[in-house]
Design a protein around this ligand. Structure first.
Ligand SMILES: [Zn+2]
Length: 455
């Protein structure tokens, strides 16, 4: 008879300076991590119910659930702050960028994804969604490359198999050379789901299907993706209602408003999350809420491109799950989730008033984002949740004189976590990623960016 396996060791993250749990629990005494899970959340003065083999004294840290990014385009780190796209709105921004993006190579994508993920991780992010829709000749394995990159950094990701099928020759926005045939898109989508999609609360990699936007895909690929997602039981993602130009395009091309268009292709479901979701009427917000369709709010990108302001409180009141996204680095240009929570707080205060608390913005970045990605085991500090944690120190100059530690994170603009844990493993220690050669990465990534922009 085999002896029963030894119980997993327990780690007590003890007495944080402050904690935000994204629920009603009090974590003043810290929490216990074992076998990749949070097994206990301790109120002030409480101790673990069983002995712990290890203790981490969090007396100088603010403890949060790991932040979750719901919308990005990692490859765009190669075209940050690039002159031709620096001071224009969405449509000319895209038209200036498409030719450079069409030159993307496998090594470029690997470098760009590493940079974006490392930036996110250092900002306290443990799970990231990426929307990748560029598959020029030679880059057919784009998502496979991203899977390897995510695994190397030890994060979780929802990688989306994006697509563009409506080129300029047929009235779309992207150049014809960047679009793919729908049967190629759907076959590769199915391959990726079969090969990589994990199920369950502890999933590391998930795959979703993601036609790019109304002005770059056909109705056929939207409907085909919805049917395939239903058959394979995976999520759907696209850009919607980002700008008024897009609204005009939908009216002229399809004779529909954006939400009617979404409905007409079978996407008005709780399987779908939408990037941006700005320009909705009152009635459309009600419809989205009734369907359970989710929104990735991307405040920095929306301000940078002057796209508009998402109606986040009204969306939530209607039952729409809302999370945060940094969006691609050609329109942010930072992959920083804790700063994005600050931007969301301030942009929504501008719309609704100064009484939106810091905790609500942190809720969008954690529990809200987990709901958007369909990850119920993430985004909160509670027993049974995955041990995905972000810990911030408040000993820098920018925090000096601050009083409420949780409020200080956003109001004093925390931008870097000191410790980050994913699935019970420390992936950031003392503000750095062990094993990552940052200087070497910057040198190679910068050279790739210069080449891509230079043609
Ligand atoms: Zn986007």
């Amino acid at each position: 008879m085999n002896p029963s396996p030894a119980p997993a060791p327990r780690l007590w993250i003890r007495n944080p300076q402050a904690a935000f749990t994204a629920n009603g629990l009090d974590a003043s005494g810290g929490l216990v991590v074992s076998a990749g899970l949070i097994t206990e959340v301790l109120a002030a003065g409480q101790s673990p119910s069983e002995p712990c083999q290890e203790t981490f004294d969090a007396g100088s840290h603010v403890l949060l659930p790991g932040l979750i990014n719901t919308h990005h385009h990692f490859y765009q780190t190669l075209t940050r702050a690039w002159g031709p796209a620096a001071n224009v709105p969405l449509f000319p921004w895209l038209q200036n960028l498409y030719p450079a993006w069409a030159r993307l190579t496998p090594r470029d994508l690997e470098l760009a994804s590493t940079v974006a993920l490392a930036e996110l991780l250092l900002s306290g992010c443990t799970t990231a969604a990426d929307h990748h829709y560029l598959f020029p000749a030679g880059l057919e394995d784009a998502i496979d490359i991203q899977v390897e990159t995510v695994r190397r950094l030890g994060m979780r990701a929802t990688l989306t198999r994006g697509s563009m099928t409506l080129g300029a020759d047929d009235g779309g926005l992207p150049p014809q050379s960047t679009v793919q045939a729908p049967e190629v898109v759907l076959a590769d989508s199915e391959r990726l789901v079969q090969q990589y999609h994990e199920r369950g609360d502890d999933a590391v990699i998930q795959i979703a299907l993601a036609p790019c936007s109304p002005f770059s895909v056909t109705k056929e690929i939207m409907a085909g993706s919805a049917a395939l997602a239903e058959r394979l039981d995976v999520r759907l993602h696209t850009h919607l209602a980002e700008t008024l130009d897009e609204e005009d395009f939908c009216r002229e091309m399809f004779g529909l408003r954006t939400v009617d268009y979404l409905d007409s292709v079978g996407w008005l479901t709780d399987r779908t999350w939408l990037g941006h979701g700005i320009h909705f009427s009152d009635a459309e917000i009600i419809r989205l809420g009734a369907a359970g369709t989710a929104v990735a709010h991307c405040p920095t990108s929306n301000m940078r491109l002057a796209s508009g302001t998402a109606r986040v409180l009204e969306l939530e009141d209607a039952g729409v799950p809302v999370g945060l996204g940094v969006d691609g680095s050609a329109s942010n240009d930072a992959s920083n989730m804790i700063l994005e929570a600050r931007q969301a707080l301030y942009l929504q205060r501008l719309r609704y008033g100064a009484d939106i608390p810091v905790e609500r913005a942190l809720g969008w970045a954690t529990r809200g984002s987990a709901a958007v990605l369909g990850r119920p085991g993430l985004g909160q500090l509670a027993p049974g949740m995955q041990a995905d944690l972000a810990l911030f120190r408040l000993d820098g100059l920018r925090f000096s004189g601050s009083h409420d530690p949780v409020a200080a994170l956003l109001l004093c603009a925390a931008d870097r976590a000191d410790r980050v844990m994913v699935g019970g493993r420390w992936r950031v220690v003392d503000g750095t990623i062990p094993g990552l050669d940052v200087a070497g990465l910057i040198a190679e990534h910068s050279a790739a960016a210069r080449r891509l922009a230079g043609g």
